[in-house]
Design a protein around this ligand. Structure first.
Ligand SMILES: [Zn+2]
Length: 282
């Protein structure tokens, strides 16, 4: 195995009772450690890194703990946790690794809630956007989380360097992503559509991307599409291996950033399968 996992114990230090809680990452870390993966410790992203994606006022409010909505609490020191998670994405981008950190990011738009959605869906800083902006390369952002990444779409809408592809459950939170718009290709799928429909759609979606204009693939890796999880599309552990294999087939450098997925042990096994498929390991 050559994909290293970016992880810090520090990201377990907030939010005990929320569904986006430490266990989802803590147990996934234990599963991956048991399987022999190598881990790297991230450093927090700088304010400059965040400001390539978010506006000054939003970052100022986040720092002051003034950013709260019904889904997304203003935990003490949440700015520091969010900076570290963004730093995880930056390191993953640098080493073509997998960032196993929290909070997630793809619902966070330029100034908070994105595309007219009322909440930030457990997100504070758009981690994958921070990493893609820092790289400055032509990127395909492939979002396989079960929710539409409205924040990522808002940030990169009209950006000539980036193609955003999202497969997500619809109708479902956040309610965006029904149709494609320019460089943002959206594939809404019915609840529990199953692996066959998901993979057919993924193949169709990837077939629409001009790979000649892609230098790096950034994967918003969410696992809430797993059967029974928050945005279930009826996928199983093995489905993630097949997704990984399709990312491998693009033959581009890639990195992965954790988004959703709310059952720790399941996340660990799903990540392992995704990386096995990606690396061509049995
Ligand atoms: Zn999600």
């Amino acid at each position: 195995m050559n994909t290293r996992i970016v992880f810090s114990e520090k990201c377990l230090g907030y939010g005990g009772f929320h569904i986006e809680g430490p266990q989802r990452v803590k147990i996934a870390h234990e599963v991956l450690k048991e399987k022999g993966y190598e881990f790297l410790e991230p450093e927090a992203a700088s304010e400059e890194d965040l400001l390539r994606v978010h506006d000054h006022e939003y970052i100022w409010n986040l720092k002051k703990g003034l950013v709260e909505d019904p889904d997304t609490p203003a935990y003490e020191n949440i700015y520091e946790f969010a900076r570290l998670s963004a730093g995880g994405a930056l390191l993953a981008a640098k080493v073509n690794g997998f960032s196993l950190t929290r909070p997630p990011g793809h619902h966070a738009g330029r100034s908070g809630a994105a595309l007219g959605v009322y909440t930030r869906g457990f997100c504070y800083v758009n981690n994958i956007a921070v990493a893609v902006k820092a790289l400055g390369k032509q990127a395909l952002i492939l979002d396989v989380d079960g929710h539409h990444g409205n924040g990522t779409q808002e940030i990169f809408q009209g950006d000539e360097k980036v193609t955003y592809v999202s497969l997500h459950r619809f109708p479902h939170y956040p309610g965006t992503g029904l149709a494609s718009e320019g460089n943002c290709l959206n594939f809404p799928l019915p609840a529990d559509c199953g692996e066959g429909v998901f993979l057919e759609t993924l193949d169709r979606a990837l077939g629409m991307v001009d790979l000649g204009n892609v230098e790096v693939v950034a994967v918003s890796a969410g696992f809430d599409t797993h059967k029974g999880d928050l945005a279930s599309l009826g996928l199983t552990e093995k489905s993630y291996g097949k997704i990984g294999f399709r990312i491998r087939a693009l033959r581009k450098p890639a990195f992965f950033v954790l988004e959703g997925g709310y059952k720790g042990e399941q996340n660990g096994n799903d990540i392992d399968q995704l990386l096995r498929g990606f690396e061509g390991r049995p």
